[in-house]
Write a protein that binds this ligand. Structure first.
Ligand code: HEC
Length: 389
């Protein structure tokens, strides 16, 4: 840059905190106002030595904090008592305790934001963030082990030679002059920086937009959703009557739904169907579980007719009667499928295979409750073989 250099400040470095306190006292008593002290750590008594008044930043905080509180209270007063009065929990329209959280939040929000923005603009002179002292040897020294004082060239009492003489009288370790290019450019307004800000803003907002509006709604596989098909209850122009839902062709039978040949026949069939299942463990376990679910509420856990329904439904007869014991499996199947008098049909709840399994289980119950002598001898023999009584 071919700009002229201008004097920014005169600086002096000292080795001890005592010296810098002394220097600050001296310079403030000489009447300088635009000067600063830089130390590696806060030095006690410096405010007094420099005759510093307390910062005015607090006023900004106070004013904005109070306006935040006032704004919150006024807004809630207006919405809750004037514009849309509502009784909530029997409380008065203007209910201060309920308004405290919002008031507190707005107070803190405005106070902190105004403090930071005020500090940056009024005190740090944003966008000027390029103090010529920053890259100087002086700043390197005071951020390590030296104590420095600098008097700015814009001080009304600034006279270079006088100040240098004053510094010498204080026996500094070193003095220096800090210059800066006349034409200052604010790094925070550099086109490169602004373009980078713009790129970051576009990137973050773009990624946020895509994530919230697109990414979250992506369906992993949607070609089943998007195929040509007729929705239930909807119209179809394919058929002359425009009914989308069609009845099956007359006489067609869905897989696994072979109709019962004696359906709705009150009399038991002369030649009932035979049970296609064998009393294997698996079949008996299936039968037991289905019996306990569907039959036991009325017939009792052991088919003795001891209903659990407390008289809310008439008790059925026991299934241990001679009649039912002598029935063919197909006769019981007929009752489960068609129902009998007040017992309803269970054809829609219980599959055909499950019905046959239930019947095998009923046979087990019947044999257990009506054991013959040979059953008892058999079980005695078995327990003797197993070594038990
Ligand atoms: C809602 C109660 C109820 C349920 C559940 C019920 N039954 Fe019945 N069941 C009855 C009643 C009541 C009768 C007597 C009907 C009559 O008056 O003929 C009966 C009769 C019967 C009979 C004929 C008994 C006879 O002596 O005529 C059989 C067999 C039978 N049920 C089997 C079953 C099976 C197997 C189930 C389970 C799938 C079942 N029931 C579920 C109430 C029920």
């Amino acid at each position: 840059m071919n700009t002229e250099l201008k004097l920014h400040s005169l600086t002096a470095l000292f080795n001890t905190p005592d010296e810098i306190i002394h220097a600050a006292e001296k310079i403030s008593s000489e009447g300088f106002t635009k000067y600063d002290v830089h130390t590696p750590y806060p030095v006690h008594g410096m405010d007094k030595a420099m005759k510093l008044k307390s910062s005015k930043l607090g006023y900004i905080t106070l004013i904005f904090g109070l306006s935040g509180a006032a704004f919150a209270l006024l807004l809630m007063y207006w919405t809750m008592s004037v514009d849309y009065p509502m009784i909530i929990g029997g409380k008065p329209f203007f209910s201060l305790p309920a308004f405290i959280p919002v008031t507190f939040e707005l107070t803190v929000l405005l106070a902190t934001l105004s403090t930071i923005i005020g500090m940056l603009t009024f005190f740090f002179k944003f966008p000027d963030n390029n103090n010529p002292l920053i890259d100087s040897d002086y700043m390197k020294a005071v951020s390590s082990d030296k104590y420095g004082i600098c008097i700015y060239a814009n001080d009304p009492k600034f006279e270079k030679d006088k100040i240098l003489a004053l510094f010498e009288s204080l026996h500094p370790a070193k003095t220096s002059e800090v210059y800066f290019p006349e034409k200052t450019r604010y790094p925070s307004l550099e086109p490169k920086f602004l373009v980078m800000l713009l790129v970051v803003a576009i990137l973050t907002s773009g990624v946020t937009y895509i994530t919230l509006n697109k990414l979250l709604y992506i369906v992993p596989f949607d070609w089943m959703l998007k195929q040509a098909r007729v929705n239930a209850q909807s119209k179809s122009d394919y058929f002359p009557d425009q009914f989308g839902m069609r009845k099956p062709v007359e006489g067609s039978i869905a897989r696994g739904f072979m109709p019962y040949e004696y359906k709705d026949q009150l009399q038991q069939p002369e030649k009932p169907l035979t049970n296609p299942l064998l009393p294997t463990k698996k079949v008996l376990e299936l039968g037991k579980s289905k019996f306990l679910t569907f039959c036991s509420p009325c017939h009792g856990n052991y088919a003795e007719g001891d209903s659990r329904l407390n008289g809310q439904f008439p008790n059925p007869p026991t299934l241990h009667s001679n009649k039912v014991r002598e029935w063919k499996d197909g006769n019981i199947y007929h009752v489960i499928t068609n129902g009998q008098n007040i017992m309803p049909s269970y054809a829609s709840q219980i599959s055909r295979e499950e019905r046959w399994a239930i019947i095998k289980y009923i046979r087990v119950l019947q044999r257990a409750k009506n054991a013959s002598d040979s059953d008892i001898i058999l079980s005695k023999k078995e327990s003797a073989l197993n070594g038990t009584k």
